[in-house]
Design a protein around this ligand. Structure first.
Ligand SMILES: CC(C)(COP(=O)(O)OP(=O)(O)OC[C@H]1O[C@@H](n2cnc3c(N)ncnc32)[C@H](O)[C@@H]1OP(=O)(O)O)[C@@H](O)C(=O)NCCC(=O)NCCS
Length: 191
């Protein structure tokens, strides 16, 4: 069980639950077609952003499998994106992470820095055995990030789903707790 009550800080970033005042910053990236291109959602209107923000404000803990923790990522006082961690299975100690950033804040390693913090939470706080990440093979920024973190490409499913009205393929990446412990990011022995 994890509950985020206080902000987490990394070298350059603050990770914290979403707040009502984040709507403008959130809309700035949620509304962009290039951000939504490989996400399951479409670019969000103002009203859709407000509804999604309200939902994310409640996603502050992992209490049961199926729960998703979503954290806003702040740099220099602005929300530039978010990261998430979903608890896929309690019995099998599996999780999945994800990351979305404003294009103006990409290319600086911010997404990697925040994603590492989600791996840390998953392995060191929740005691996960394996964390996965999935993306469209055309989403080079996403799979390159996961390779930069030292995750293994475990699968390339070809045209395994209909994604935004066309056949979609999917890459699956994974990291084990043992691989996390051996990585340069581990800060404590994992369960
Ligand atoms: C996927 C996504 C988060 C990747 O963002 P990103 O900024 O490229 O990722 P990183 O934080 O790892 O940054 C890496 C880049 O920063 C550069 N960089 C600069 N300083 C750095 C630092 N201190 N540390 C690491 N990388 C740094 C790297 O060289 C790299 O640049 P390059 O791609 O030109 O080689 C972003 O493209 C995104 O939000 N896309 C839209 C939403 C989406 O599709 N999400 C994933 C769904 S599966």
């Amino acid at each position: 069980m994890i509950e985020i009550r206080e902000a987490l800080t990394t070298r350059r970033l603050v990770l914290r639950p979403f707040q009502a005042a984040d709507e403008d910053d959130m809309y700035a990236f949620e509304s962009l077609p290039e951000v939504a291109r490989y996400l399951y959602n479409n670019p969000r209107s103002r009203a859709e952003t407000a509804a999604e923000l309200a939902r994310r404000q409640g996603q502050t803990a992992l209490r049961e499998e199926g729960d998703t923790l979503v954290l806003a990522v702040e740099a220099d006082g602005r929300v530039i994106g978010y990261v998430l961690l979903e608890w896929l299975s309690r019995r099998h100690r599996q999780g999945e992470f994800g990351f979305v950033f404003h294009p103006g804040s990409q290319g600086r390693g911010y997404a990697s820095e925040a994603a590492v913090e989600m791996l840390r939470l998953g392995f060191e706080e929740l005691g996960l055995h394996r964390v996965i990440g999935r993306c469209d093979p055309r989403n080079e920024g996403s799979w390159r990030l996961m390779e930069r973190l030292g995750m293994r490409r475990e699968a390339h499913f070809v045209e395994s789903e209909i994604f935004k009205d066309e056949w979609g393929s999917e890459l699956h990446y994974a990291m084990l707790a043992s691989e996390w412990r051996a990585s340069r990011w581990a800060t404590a022995p994992a369960g």
